[in-house]
Design a protein around this ligand. Structure first.
Ligand code: XIL
Length: 456
């Protein structure tokens, strides 16, 4: 234990009340007014502290007691996955997920949604699908589930684990990936259309070490999405650690570099195998890394007691099998109470406003990029200003054999036949020669859209 002059000075004062905690912690033990639960301690800096919850354990009073006392964010461990929510194609089943969501909301907790699209835990019917039928089924799933829970989800893991391990930094092969590389962005657009107020996250594991090819691959995708206006708000780091996959020394750097792209970062499935002070120290390192990054908005551990863990033999959680607090609990709570980090709720962001000296609205043009499959399509329309800046624009499209089911980044009038679109506040101003994009998804055919732009 490395003692700072501050911690040395504090120890005699708190020795009688916190003796047990001292051996396991690296930071000064909590002051008298420190928060006594993980959720309350995280809230002091505007963050949350959550856990994965299993619906079939809610009746266990020890489990429910710790859940209600300690955590202010909840993730369904399995109940919102594709196999659970759409066991037969087109037949949705929300019973177990609802039990978790309702319990959380009744207790004033928020919910992270996990996960809309993933190569794993797919229902049997989907595992055997491919091509446009699968693309359509995936988009329908995203739309239906996100619509059902609209307004109740703080953040959705829209896409989970889409990158490959190893040195290439590319996508993981899967039936979803084989429907085309744009499956991820199309899923994000569908999720935004279904629940505009949920934060939309990409979530993965083995993306904690900044030097890993997989981390770099995800980083480039998020950078690309931000530059093209694909709606992404956050990146989740599962952070399942053990001796083979330890907390990397550059973990905070990784979180910060992603945050610098203009997204929130969250630690979404934390568990660290081990015991005693070694484990306690590692939990503290992770907690402090999040606190040091202003856009790291919260931490979720992947279960409550060690016996609840998907890898129970590694005793990776904060409570032992009987529900007692472990050293790792104390070190995590102390780190949250020590704060020293930045508050995500008071972060100031710099907004760049494009202004034009040209008072005369100019001409504009529109082009379409269409992704059509058997039963539906996604259209992205690019609006380009002419030699003068635009201060507002209108686009007309023709949908002879299709119907719009969702749209983003424009205000719409009509949903089939002649559909007109106009700018929203943030994309009204387009500099001379510059462009902006909006899009929509629909059923039927998107052929013959023939977009025409006028300045307004
Ligand atoms: C795990 C659950 O904890 C287990 O109960 C289930 O059998 C398999 O899935 N990455 C994820 C989580 O995104 O959904 C996984 O959860 C753990 C790895």
């Amino acid at each position: 234990m490395k003692l700072t002059s501050k911690s040395v000075a504090l120890i005699p004062i708190i020795a009688t009340v916190a003796t047990a905690a001292i051996g396991a912690t690296l930071i000064a033990p909590p002051a008298a007014n420190a928060a006594t639960t993980l959720g309350a301690a995280a809230q002091q800096s505007g963050r949350y502290f959550g856990t994965a919850v299993a619906a079939n354990k809610l009746g266990d009073s020890t489990y429910a007691g710790i859940l209600n006392r300690e955590f202010d964010m909840v993730t369904a461990e399995n109940e919102m996955k594709m196999d659970a929510t759409e066991p037969n194609q087109g037949q949705f089943s929300y019973g177990n997920a609802d039990r978790i969501v309702n319990q959380a909301r009744n207790q004033g907790k928020r919910v992270r949604g996990h996960a809309l699209a993933w190569h794993s835990q797919q229902p049997g019917w989907m595992q055997n699908m491919s091509g446009s039928a699968l693309r359509n089924a995936m988009l329908n799933h995203v739309t239906q589930v996100a619509t059902y829970y609209r307004g109740k989800i703080y953040a959705w893991d829209v896409v989970n684990e889409a990158f490959a391990d190893g040195s290439g930094g590319g996508r993981r092969d899967s039936n979803l990936q084989r429907t085309g590389n744009d499956w991820i962005e199309v899923a994000f657009r569908a999720a935004r259309a279904a629940d505009p107020n949920a934060k939309l996250c990409y979530n993965d594991y083995n993306t904690d070490d900044w030097s890993h090819a997989k981390t770099q691959g995800v980083y480039r995708m998020v950078q690309d999405f931000k530059s093209r206006g694909v709606p992404i708000d956050c990146v989740g780091f599962q952070s399942h650690f053990n001796n083979n996959s330890p907390v990397p020394s550059n973990y905070q750097t990784t979180l910060q570099n992603f945050a610098n792209l203009g997204v929130d970062v969250q630690i979404t499935e934390l568990d660290i195998e081990g015991s005693g002070s070694t484990q306690a120290q590692r939990y503290q390192t992770v907690t402090r890394a999040c606190l040091a990054v202003s856009r790291c908005t919260g931490i979720t551990v992947w279960g409550i007691r060690d016996s609840d863990s998907w890898r129970a033999s590694g005793t990776p959680l904060l409570f032992d099998n009987s529900g007692n607090k472990k050293a790792a609990y104390n070190s995590t709570l102390d780190a949250l109470n020590a704060g020293g980090g930045t508050d995500p709720t008071t972060t100031t962001t710099t907004t760049t406003t494009t202004t034009s000296n040209d008072p005369v609205p100019g001409a504009c043009s529109a082009s379409v990029s269409l992704n059509q499959w058997n039963e539906g399509f996604v259209a992205t329309i690019k609006v380009t200003a002419g030699s003068s800046a635009l201060r507002g624009w209108k686009v007309t499209t023709t949908l002879s054999n299709g119907t719009v089911t969702g749209s983003w980044s424009a205000t719409r009038s009509g949903n089939s036949g002649t559909v007109t679109w106009s700018n929203v506040d943030y994309n009204a101003n387009v500099p001379a020669g510059g462009s902006t994009e909006f899009g929509f998804q629909g059923s039927g055919s998107g052929a013959g859209l023939n977009p025409a732009c006028t300045a307004s």
